[in-house]
Design a protein around this ligand. Structure first.
Ligand SMILES: [Zn+2]
Length: 161
């Protein structure tokens, strides 16, 4: 027996009744939809028996997977953290560290929102780590630029004497 339901995007979906209450991914919009209880007499089975591939049961997508953005956020923030010590040799690199930090923060925030909305996604801890390391990248970058500016101001002042 199958349950017919409709995704908020308007796509008519159909899942095996064993998936009632579980979250499946809509093949059209990609959002997760909870399979509802069968509402009494459902419309007839699809004409011709077999359902089209995109209306079959989506059991495979009901497994929990890490959110890709959470992984990206963590990796980019770590790349940014790598740039901070490199800056000691070549200061313009700090701009890359700050950019990586900002990207990691944005991705981390988006990832945490997606994870909060989609119970099939994991990686909230990873997204949080990316967020924290990203903030650290930006903070260290700003401090490094502050020190550089202070040094330049010091030498400019000194050279006038
Ligand atoms: Zn949809």
């Amino acid at each position: 027996m199958t349950v017919a339901f409709t995704c908020p995007c308007g796509k008519a979906l159909r899942a095996e009744s064993v998936y009632v209450g579980r979250w499946v991914k809509c093949p059209q919009c990609g959002n997760s939809v909870q399979v509802p209880q069968a509402a009494g007499a459902e419309p007839a089975e699809p004409v011709g028996g077999a359902a089209p591939p995109d209306q079959a049961a989506f059991g495979g997508s009901a497994t929990r997977v890490p959110c890709g953005l959470a992984i990206a956020s963590l990796i980019i923030s770590l790349v940014g953290a790598f740039f901070v010590p490199v800056t000691l040799c070549f200061s313009p690199v700090i701009v890359l560290a700050i950019c990586a930090g900002v990207v990691a923060i944005v991705l981390g925030i988006i990832a945490r929102k997606q994870i909060a909305r989609d119970p099939n996604l994991t990686g909230a801890g990873m997204a949080l780590a990316g967020l924290i390391v990203g903030i650290t990248d930006v903070a260290l970058g700003v401090i490094a630029i502050g020190i550089a500016v202070a040094c330049i101001l010091f030498f400019v002042t000194y050279s006038r004497w």
